[in-house]
Design a protein around this ligand. Structure first.
Ligand code: AMP
Ligand code: MN
Ligand code: MN
Ligand code: MN
Length: 291
């Protein structure tokens, strides 16, 4: 599939998880694809939170400058499973397909409602204008807790993003609002109906104990899920091999992605992404059509 393109480097480096300013990324689509090329990534998926709005500008820019980069249409859908927020990535979707367009409209309405509720909680501790603040920061894109964290830093009530999450935004906090996301099953069905493959994102990041993680993989596989995100740049080698074992056990394919949001020391596009040799990568049967 990619062998035919003389502009692509000999080694194909896949990064199948990244964000732009269409959600909580700090780089525009153009800046992101430029950076991906600088980092020798040859296949990049843009997977913004509950939006596909960053895709068109990226595709257009790659085409216009004839960049040696293949773009995969992606989205990261927030779901609720047993009271946990689980992220399901859709890769290779047709962003104009009715099922995905419809679901993302619903998810967006939920995001707006949650943003209002979080803002109301913050008023109680004297933070008066968070709603307008995060809307300004999101600039028309998906409003996320990442924008709240940035706003809380901006007004000086949090030292950094991590601190803002810990103090205000994580589960158990007074201003954590339980969202009403769609179910995992719904996300998988919509991704399939829109021509994509469903990936369980960063399974190790949900703070689940091993029995819960097994239930999650079983549920995901039973409901038609296709792929586990196995490789991320900032994980331990133990975590990666454990996730690879789960992929084998549940007969799921494997994906890799940086989950890049912004330039920083630990996370970079294409950085330290390699799948263990014994598992089947998501791209094993991809043709150029998916990209
Ligand atoms: P949301 O989808 O609105 O709940 O926002 C989720 C996003 O917030 C994630 O994709 C991360 O980018 C960011 N995030 C979540 N938890 C943390 C945390 N503890 N520290 C820093 N960023 C976080
Ligand atoms: Mn994010
Ligand atoms: Mn995520
Ligand atoms: Mn992500």
């Amino acid at each position: 599939m990619i062998r035919g393109n003389p502009q692509l480097p000999a080694v194909t480096l896949y990064d199948l998880h990244s964000h732009t300013t269409a959600s909580d990324g700090y780089l525009t689509s153009k800046q992101l694809v430029r950076r991906a090329v600088e980092m020798n990534v040859s296949v990049l998926a843009i997977t913004d939170h509950d939006t596909t709005d960053g895709l068109a500008a990226a595709a257009e820019f790659i085409g216009m400058l004839r960049l040696p980069l293949q773009l995969v249409n992606g989205v990261e859908i927030s779901t609720l499973w047993q009271n946990n927020e689980i992220h399901i990535i859709g890769l290779g979707i047709d962003a104009k397909a009715t099922p995905i367009v419809q679901l993302l409209i619903e998810q967006n309405a939920r995001r707006m409602l949650r943003a209002e509720k979080i803002s109301q909680c913050l008023v109680q501790v004297g933070i008066k204008d968070a709603y307008n603040g995060v809307r300004l920061l999101a600039a028309g894109g998906s409003i996320t807790r990442g924008h709240f964290a940035r706003y809380l830093m901006q007004i000086g009530v949090a030292k950094n993003i991590k601190h803002a999450f810990k103090k205000y935004l994580v589960k158990g906090n007074f201003s954590y609002i339980k969202p009403e996301w769609c179910s995992i099953k719904q996300a998988i069905d919509v991704i399939h109906k829109s021509g994509g493959q469903a990936v369980l994102a960063h399974p190790a990041s949900y703070n689940l104990i091993s029995s819960q993680l097994n239930s999650l993989f079983a549920y995901f596989a039973e409901h038609g899920g296709d792929v586990i995100e196995v490789a991320q740049c900032h994980q331990s080698s133990d975590e990666r091999s454990q996730l690879a074992k789960y992929a084998l056990e549940y007969q799921l394919l494997a994906s890799q992605g940086s989950d890049f949001h912004r330039p920083c020391t630990q996370i970079e596009l294409g950085y330290k992404l390699q799948l263990p040799y014994n598992i089947k990568p998501i791209w094993h049967n991809w043709t150029k059509d998916i990209m």
